[in-house]
Design a protein around this ligand. Structure first.
Ligand SMILES: Cc1cc2nc3c(=O)[nH]c(=O)nc-3n(C[C@H](O)[C@H](O)[C@H](O)COP(=O)(O)OP(=O)(O)OC[C@H]3O[C@@H](n4cnc5c(N)ncnc54)[C@H](O)[C@@H]3O)c2cc1C
Length: 508
């Protein structure tokens, strides 16, 4: 007999993952359903990775409250889950007395939101804080609590920890219908598979409106707001060490210059409302626009250093606030919709808020005495010195075998990712960083395919970039698992042909 879940969460982005992990600390049976082949393949993989300080949004909004609270929870989360996160601080730069007035307004908002250590700074101080800034800056806002995070690694860690504490994860499981039966919901997938749950959390990102419809719950329309971002290679000169914001635009925080936790640099995002929920293409026109705005703040950045581009779609609602509440129409349903920026920052606080709503709805919460808040640390070649690597490789040879040269990722790390369930090329890339460097997978894609085939037993022509409809190889090929050992390249002979969408439009 299948279990009846106390709570089913629809959507394994950062929101659903944070909720699942929070609920896993109580004596509950919890399931996390995700339509894609891996977690974090929605909006949560294609964003700026900033943990915002909390000075952009009006104190009357729910998102302002959850943003500041979410930010404050990140140190503990990082200590428990070990994902890459650094409080590098945020600077908003003003270039005129008018822009300084906006900076003052941001300071007022931030103070009302109780953002700690917020400071208005003059020209001299801002240039000493960040010497890479354009010398024409006249002052700005300094928010040392702002930070940067590797967003998918955050989601992976949350899900891994939730699973270790008993949460059941179903990937490639797309909710297509829901029916009320007694005190519970019968959830039906696209393929007709069913599960039952007493309560359901709708954390479906861009598709939260569709999911709400399955429950005959609130009617709303998610409007995708597209953001194009451009990634610059590591080691490029002229990079600032803080996140640099301009004074904000009407419907976005503007084009930013963002150091990443891995040492690369991002510029973007744009903010344009669109119709299609899968339109993640980028354009040269926007690249030019983004670069000229970014270079005004940080003149040292150069288009020559771009290694890739991607776009993410913010799931927005009219009114621009989060909609997180118990449904007034569907019993036992919690709506978590309109989670646009700062959703990444707010996620840990959203999880607390949803936990309280579920409790208000009558869900009994008894803490688990055996809840384990931490995940084990995995060894990474990139973090080791030669002596450490030598020692480790003596014990496990696969650490000496570098699969991705740009990011120094070993075969042992790739195998670990596969054994943890990341069996698409993108899943491994986001988990290990193999394929994220300067050559963008030119060197390691074949090797990764070979290792996936060897470890899973999957034929290479069934391995995908990111799940259904994205196979990478056409034609017959040799024994890929053996290729890895003897160094031959049968994939090259068989014809290596990417299928599906083009890289620049992939949102990765
Ligand atoms: C360009 C850009 C930049 C951003 N920058 C920042 C930033 O710097 N800082 C910040 O705090 N926020 C930022 N954000 C916002 C942040 O990325 C989002 O708020 C956050 O990722 C939303 O997470 P989510 O889990 O709600 O949605 P998602 O990550 O989209 O997760 C929802 C999941 O639900 C799944 N799903 C949908 N329908 C179904 C179904 N029927 N059945 C099963 N599963 C389903 C989807 O496949 C998806 O995986 C940015 C967003 C964009 C687009």
């Amino acid at each position: 007999m299948k279990p009846i879940f106390d709570v089913a969460i629809i959507g394994a982005g950062v929101t659903g993952a944070a909720i699942a992990r929070r609920l896993s600390s109580f004596k509950l049976s919890v399931a996390l359903f995700e339509r894609r082949t891996d977690v974090s393949f929605g909006v949560s993989k294609a964003n700026s990775g900033i943990i915002h300080a909390g000075f952009h949004h009006n104190p009357s909004t729910l998102k302002a409250r959850l943003e500041v609270q979410g930010n404050s929870l990140f140190d503990r989360l990082k200590a428990e889950l070990g994902f890459p996160f650094r409080r590098v601080g945020i600077l908003v730069v003003a270039f005129s007395p008018e822009e300084l007035k906006t900076v003052e307004a941001l300071y007022e908002i931030g103070s009302a939101n109780r953002v700690p250590q917020l400071e208005i700074v003059g020209r001299e101080r801002i240039l000493s804080l960040e010497p890479k800034l354009n010398g024409d800056a006249v002052g700005g806002l300094w928010a040392p609590t702002g930070g940067i995070v590797e967003p998918y690694r955050l989601v992976f860690a949350l899900v891994e920890n939730a699973q270790a504490n008993g949460v059941s994860l179903f990937t490639d499981w797309s909710l297509a219908a829901a029916r009320r039966a007694d005190d519970r919901w019968l959830l039906v997938s696209e393929t007709g598979e069913t599960h039952e749950a007493r309560r359901v959390v709708n954390a479906a990102g861009l598709y939260a409106d569709e999911v709400s419809g399955f429950f005959d719950a609130e009617e709303f329309h998610i409007i995708p707001r597209k953001g194009e971002e451009f990634l610059l290679d590591k080691n490029a000169a002229g990079f600032p060490s803080h996140v640099i914001f301009p004074v904000p635009a009407r419907n976005s925080k503007g084009v930013l210059v963002i150091p990443t936790v891995e040492g690369t640099m991002m510029v973007g995002p744009t903010a344009v409302e669109i119709e299609e929920k899968d339109d993640t293409g980028t354009t040269t026109e926007n690249l030019d626009r983004v670069f000229s705005l970014a270079a005004r703040m940080v003149p040292g950045i150069s288009k020559r250093d771009i290694i890739t581009s991607f776009a993410g779609l913010r799931p927005t609602l009219p009114g621009d606030d989060f909609f997180i509440d118990l449904s007034r129409k569907a019993p036992g349903l919690v709506q978590v919709a309109g989670i646009q920026s700062p959703g990444l920052t707010a996620a840990p606080a959203i999880a607390e808020y949803v936990k309280e709503l579920l409790q208000k709805d009558g869900l009994e919460l008894t803490e688990k005495p055996d809840f384990v808040p931490t995940v084990g640390h995995s060894s990474k070649v990139v973090e080791m010195n030669f002596a450490e690597l030598d020692e480790l490789a003596r014990r496990e040879r696969a650490f000496a075998h570098i699969v991705c040269r740009c990011e120094s990722v070993s075969e042992a790390e790739v195998v670990e990712a596969i054994h943890k369930g990341h069996i698409t090329l993108d899943g491994i890339k986001f988990y290990t960083r193999a394929g994220m460097g300067r050559c963008q997978g030119g060197f390691c894609t074949y090797r990764l395919l070979s290792i996936i085939a060897r470890e899973t037993g999957m034929p290479v022509d069934q391995i995908t970039k990111r799940g259904k409809g994205s196979t990478l190889v056409v034609g017959r090929i040799g024994d890929a698992g053996r290729d890895m050992e003897d160094g031959s390249n049968t994939l090259g002979r068989a014809g290596f042909a990417p299928s599906g969408r083009k890289r620049s439009g992939s949102g990765d």
